[in-house]
Design a protein around this ligand. Sequence first.
Ligand code: ATP
Ligand code: MG
Length: 230
Amino acid sequence: PGWPLEGQVEFRDVSLRHHPGHPIVLSGLNFVIKPGEKVGVCGRTGSGKSTLALALLRGVRVTQGSVLIDGTDLRHVPLHILRASTSLIPQDSHLFCGSIRFNCDPLGQATEQQVWRALEAVQLKDLVSGLPNGLDSEVAEGGANFSVGQRQLFCVARALLRRSSLLILDEATSALDLPTEAALHHALTHAAAHATVITIAHGRKNLMALPRVLVLENGRLTEDGDPQVL
Ligand code: ATP
Ligand code: MG
């Protein structure tokens, strides 16, 4: 794994509009996420959740304030370095044409055992081991031979094998049923113990398994704490 080694995330008075003259989408955000913390972000449609994720990958430029990883302002981090150590799993996850093994480990850097361990962590081990060709089973274009939820889980397995220090699931769990989602959060806590994981969802009921949730309303941080207490 490359930089960032720790995965600490800090938003320091961040405000953002997508284009000059457009409305403010994020407003005065201040928070710190510690290395290895598992944090949820929720809020209604349009509250700025995906924009927050993009700001972390420098997919949008902050208008005011700064986003820091490991204490370094992202403006000073080369994009290829940032993207090599972070994984964003969007809602419309795509799979590649090729084998399941290739989809989990496109660069061929993992051992067979590591691939199986990642599949186990995302609850796909039984599915894949039940296929006649196992890891060598072919994935159809776009992943059409798997359900939307299963595609997202394969993408999480890929992110685990990349050993990302920072993993962002942008409503990646919206296609999962609640038990599968709870199992995934549990698995990430162990399989990605070192990684900072940010899970975005509409409602906080999907995030109850996490120790900390940030609530966005109209681009403002209105709550930050244990979802059982909030
Ligand atoms: P959802 O729950 O629907 O995914 P969200 O909380 O992720 O919503 P964002 O996608 O961050 O919300 O959008 C926040 C606001 O920013 C919205 O008002 C949206 O119209 C605006 N916005 C998002 N992307 C762009 C863009 N590329 N250009 C201009 N405005 C944008
Ligand atoms: Mg969104």
